[in-house]
Design a protein around this ligand. Structure first.
Ligand code: ADP
Ligand code: MG
Length: 268
């Protein structure tokens, strides 16, 4: 089955259940991610990035417009779409191995096979030897790795990631970005990667899509065109990287990417 992801004229409006007041989060957003492509989605805080991702995940229905995977409308969550959150919410009472195997258990994979796959995934994300540890015994970076491994273990054709490294220190974050790219290169799922970090958005992706402030529209859609495989050592001084970073930061109207703002419909 094709895992091309298409978002067509998506509108998401939240209605306050008490006041009845409407907040248009996502105005009119359309873009298509071809199978196997890695797309970063950036934009000012509150512009609806998480809302778009949650709609693709099937957690919330579209107010208007549609989301399709391989031509089929998304009607709810499904095993084809793996979701990685900022806070991985590992089960604290389960070991690393049991956490990684959890999605497989839900799918009825036999115990012996779950264990084998969980060990392989733990090794792949650099947690070999930590399979029997509990989340509280791990560093933040290790917990993120376990969270990524749990999603990768189920081999989703689409990976949805919402600021997965936002709570990690800068140095570990760069390491994790490289590692996750390495894993992506071996499985090649279609990826929608939400971040507010311009450098991260460029480093990871084939394409960067910029949303305007809410009600959001697509303000820009830019091909990254940096060679792969990528390592920070090479990318950080690459002229294309520096050019894109300057372009995106200017578009978002900031010196650094701490607080970004784009007027609705200001470009593209
Ligand atoms: N469940 C909800 N109910 C009401 N408003 C919401 C809800 N979730 C998000 N919003 C509002 O929708 C807008 C977009 O939110 P969100 O998708 O989280 O943005 P982002 O991830 O880009 O920061 C914000 O104004 C936010 O306050
Ligand atoms: Mg968000």
């Amino acid at each position: 089955m094709s895992s091309t992801l298409s978002i067509e004229n998506l509108n998401q409006t939240y209605i306050d259940p008490y006041s009845g007041e409407a907040t248009i989060a996502v105005g009119d957003v359309s873009f298509t991610i071809p199978e196997g492509q890695f797309v970063s989605l950036i934009g000012p805080s509150g512009c609806g990035k998480t809302t778009v991702l949650n709609t693709v995940a099937g957690f919330i229905p579209a107010t208007a417009g549609r989301v399709r995977v391989g031509g089929k409308d998304v009607a709810g969550p499904g095993p084809d779409r793996g979701v990685v959150f900022q806070d991985f919410a590992l089960f604290p009472w389960m070991t690393v191995e049991a956490n990684i195997a959890f999605g497989l258990k839900m799918r009825g994979v036999p115990k012996a096979q779950r264990r084998t796959t969980a060990r392989e995934m733990a090794a792949l994300v650099g947690l070999g030897g930590f399979e029997k540890k509990f989340p509280h015994e791990l560093s933040g970076g290790m917990r993120q790795r376990a969270g990524v491994a749990r999603v990768l273990a189920t081999e989703p054709t689409i990976m949805l990631m919402d600021e997965p490294f936002a709570s990690i220190d800068a140095q570990t974050r760069r390491l994790l970005q490289q590692e996750v790219l390495g894993m992506w290169e071996s499985q090649r799922p279609t990826v929608l990667f939400v971040t507010h970090d311009v450098e991260e958005a460029i480093f990871m992706a084939d394409r960067v899509i910029v949303l305007s402030a809410r009600p959001s529209v697509v303000a820009a859609d830019i091909a990254v065109e940096l060679p792969r495989p990528r390592a920070w050592r090479d990318v950080q001084t690459h002229p294309r990287f520096l050019h894109l970073r300057a372009e995106l930061l200017a578009m978002l109207g900031v010196e650094d990417d701490a607080e970004i703002s784009v007027a609705p419909g200001s470009a593209g």
